[in-house]
Design a protein around this ligand. Structure first.
Ligand SMILES: Nc1nc2c(ncn2[C@@H]2O[C@H](COP(=O)(O)OP(=O)(O)OP(=O)(O)O)[C@@H](O)[C@H]2O)c(=O)[nH]1
Length: 435
């Protein structure tokens, strides 16, 4: 049952999400420091108001508000009125206060205020930037709550929805497995231990067979005081465990920490496998993926392709290195557009790219690569003060008893690339009878 936003669907285009951040604060120095930090680090537009009346005017004038940050000392409202102003508008709100007031803090957190941050602490701006980034990213993350108690799962789901996640909840393990299997956007699962048919530990074990620890965080929850429960959950593949009852703040910190870790692992994986300039798989990743695809391809045709931008040195020398980088990015985009679902492409190095195509016979591969070549030729690449055009030479080789391995295919494709260059560039060689 979805709560708040709809469950995520991998590959579906995202609707534009609200971007605007409202800062309501009467201290000018703090406001400008915070505004600058948010705009620099997160590139979100920030609007500033000094009073509730100003805030109301701004909120009414636009409708794509993502978040509000508010001080507690404003000329036209006491603390209660300020809290009420934001909760009534159901706008996700963070209180940024000059003084620590435990009673106010409790009251604010009870009223669905996301967090209460003390602005006098030296790292409050850094913390706020982290928090806003977290909330902003959560909007693209699916979270699933599994608990047979409706009140308990609705409570946890509401905590997650308040943090921006796309939340759904189910009452039993089988439904949870089905949900995770059908929605690759689910990256967080909160699993209760005490459930009939399949308990949380068993469910965690089965979830792990569907998705690894670095793809989805599983957090076990239970009210039991059994000391063995935590190690059993963790050994079954859970990333973390929370004992009920927990505070909203503890829940937020644990969930955020686990999601931060997932993202960090994703970043490290990207750094290891992607080319920094173009975002395409790097040479090592291309070779690994190609070996895997080649083994999987069975009897179907496989074509290995090497592509090299023509006279690229001239591009750099004439228009500068930045324009050269721009041309490499444009080339990568066009190559990526021509890479079908089961194929793989990569940046081999410098101005050289590569591709492995599955399931196209010789003529279909020629048509596909000729179209790619023409599309590269037709690109108007925007550079400082104008546009730039490039062409590409392509060498290709289809798998056969003569060229059975990836190494043999790449060597032969590279030989044809050399012939395409020698033959006048901007051409495909290696697949026609004359080659
Ligand atoms: N801007 C930019 N240039 C790069 C990058 N990597 C390699 N290059 C440049 O790519 C150029 C490659 O030139 P060459 O190998 O001589 O070949 P070419 O000029 O493309 O000529 P042909 O391949 O014979 O058509 C060199 O000038 C490199 O400095 C990069 O990441 N960015």
């Amino acid at each position: 049952m979805p709560i708040g936003a709809h469950p995520s669907t991998a590959g579906a285009p995202h609707a534009p999400l609200p971007q605007r951040v409202l800062l309501v604060e009467n201290s000018r120095a703090y406001t400008s420091m915070l505004r600058e930090a948010i705009e620099d680090a997160l590139e979100l537009p920030v609007e500033v108001a000094a009073t509730l009346a100003d805030a109301a005017r701004l909120l009414d004038a636009q409708d794509d508000w993502f978040l509000a940050l508010t001080g507690m000392v404003l000329a036209d409202g006491d603390r209660d009125r300020i809290l009420e102003f934001f909760t009534a508008r159901r706008l996700p709100t963070i209180v940024v206060s000059g003084v620590y007031d435990e009673e106010l803090r409790k009251r604010a957190l009870e009223q669905q205020i996301i967090d209460y941050v003390l602005k006098s602490t030296p790292d409050s701006v850094d913390y706020l930037v982290w928090l806003i980034r977290r909330l902003e990213r959560n909007r693209r993350i699916g979270a699933l709550v599994v608990d047979d108690s409706l009140s308990s799962r609705s409570f946890i789901a509401s905590l997650l929805a308040a943090q921006g996640y796309q939340v759904s909840h189910v009452a039993d393990g089988s439904s949870a497995l089905r949900a995770v299997e059908s929605d690759p956007g689910i990256r967080l699962c909160i699993v209760d231990q005490e459930m009939p048919m399949m308990d949380g530990i068993e469910l965690t074990r089965r979830l792990r067979q569907l998705r690894a620890r670095d793809r989805m965080a599983v957090i076990g929850v239970s009210g039991s005081s059994d000391p063995n429960l935590i190690p059993r959950f963790l050994k079954s593949g859970a990333n973390d465990f929370l004992r009920k009852p927990f505070s909203r703040e503890e829940f937020f910190c644990r969930v955020s920490q686990n999601i931060d870790q997932l993202e960090l692992i994703g970043t490290l994986q990207d750094l290891a496998t992607r080319d920094f300039l173009t975002g395409l798989p790097n040479r090592r990743n291309f070779l690994e993926e190609s070996e895997r695809l080649l083994a999987k391809a069975g009897q179907e045709p496989v074509t290995v392709v090497m592509l090299d931008i023509d006279h690229f040195k001239r591009v750099n020398d004439t228009y500068g290195h930045e324009a050269g980088d721009q041309a490499l990015r444009a080339m990568a985009q066009t190559l990526h557009r021509h890479t079908r679902r089961d194929d793989v492409c990569g940046r081999f190095g410098g101005e050289e790219f590569c591709m492995l195509i599955r399931g196209l016979d010789r003529q279909a591969a020629i048509d596909h690569l000729e179209q790619l070549r023409r599309d590269v030729e037709a690109m108007d690449i925007p550079i400082d003060g104008g546009t730039l055009r490039i062409t590409v030479s392509i060498g290709a080789c289809q798998r056969s008893p003569q060229f059975p391995t990836l190494h043999a295919l790449l060597t032969e494709a590279d030989r044809h690339l050399y012939l395409a260059k020698a033959g006048g560039r901007n051409q495909l060689r290696g697949l026609t009878d004359g080659d």
